[in-house]
Ligand binder design. Structure first.
Ligand code: GDP
Length: 302
């Protein structure tokens, strides 16, 4: 079996790579060095050359609440282009299994929690990341169309908020875990007395370690699970306030945590209903405290 991984240098792609390296599958770990996913010909050339049975698309323009809201056009355009080029490339090829990755933000703001797969397109999106979500929803629709008309087997996975080693650590533009780790580490080094967490601290988030998510992808391949749409969560939910205090302990920061209510909260709660994948027999292994320790160690040494 030949597996082509697009976006193999990012948070998900790097963890997928580590998981697949432990198997005997023939893999091509593609990155922007060998393939320009914004270009149809470059995408098609890589796929035709390697002739994969499976494509795992981990390539995406991603970011936290601030980056999503500030760069709406780029997030929408780049994610559309990546998915359009991969799907358009395979239209004329023999059947391929495509594992296409989305995000829990594709679900409506008022979806009932825990959010089941059937909530898709049942209401309006959360405004801070609606542009990104719209690109991902379009990719799901495109994948479902290609599946029906061209016989490819497209499986859309919707992971909950991911974090871990190989994350993109940026003070302003990353997701909450790498953002807090980076900024709080700086606060510790500079003996800052107060540390400001964005928003009210009340939003609830479910976090899944990217290594666990990578293992769920292998589980789906090896157990030949073929659902169109599948949530992948941890069922471990914390408030941003609780998360900040766990990170404070992990980093050993001694200052006071305050909340900057001028910054947006985004979605008040997005806990996925992952009953389907749990019933298939997959379970996450890395607890949040442990995963945060590993992420912090990785951050310091990288
Ligand atoms: P979201 O899950 O799409 O909202 O994405 P994020 O991971 O960026 O944000 C999650 C929550 O953490 C939001 O309520 C943010 O306001 C809050 N938050 C608190 N401090 C930070 C920070 O330093 N960076 C980010 N990205 N979010 C933060």
């Amino acid at each position: 079996m030949r597996i082509l991984v697009f976006g193999s240098n990012g948070l998900v792609g790097s963890n997928v790579k580590n998981v697949l390296l432990e198997t005997s599958y023939e893999c091509l770990f593609s990155s922007r060095k060998d393939t320009d996913l914004f270009d149809l010909n470059s995408t098609l050339e890589t796929i035709k050359k390697f002739q994969p049975n499976i494509i795992i698309n981990c390539a995406a323009r991603v970011g936290g609440i601030n980056a999503n809201d500030k760069n709406r056009t780029i997030f929408l355009l780049e994610n559309l282009k990546i998915n359009m080029n991969i799907f358009e490339s395979i239209m004329g090829l023999d059947p391929i299994k495509v594992i296409n990755l989305g995000s829990s933000c594709i679900y409506p703001l008022d979806a009932l929690n825990p959010i089941s797969e059937s909530s898709i397109m049942s209401g309006k999106l959360e405004p801070t990341n609606s542009a990104y979500a719209m690109a991902k929803l379009t990719a799901i629709e495109l994948g479902n169309s290609i599946k029906k008309e061209f016989g490819h087997n497209v499986i859309n996975l919707m992971p909950t908020n991911l974090y871990g080693k190989y994350d993109n650590f940026s003070k302003e533009d990353s997701h909450v875990i790498p953002g807090l780790i980076y900024r709080m580490h700086d606060a510790k080094i500079n003996s800052q007395k107060k540390f400001s967490v964005w928003g009210t601290g009340t939003p609830l988030r479910e976090f899944l370690n990217a290594m666990d998510f990578a293992k769920s992808i292998l589980f789906i391949i090896e157990n030949n699970i073929n659902d169109d749409l599948l949530n992948i969560g941890s069922n471990e939910e914390v408030s941003i306030k609780e998360l900040a205090s766990i990170i404070k302990k992990t980093i050993n920061y001694e200052g006071e945590i305050i909340f900057d209510e001028e910054m947006p909260d985004g979605n008040p709660r997005k806990l996925l209903d992952s009953t389907k994948i749990f019933d298939y027999g997959w379970k996450p292994e890395i607890k949040l405290e442990q995963g945060l320790k590993e992420a912090y160690e990785w951050f310091k040494s990288n």
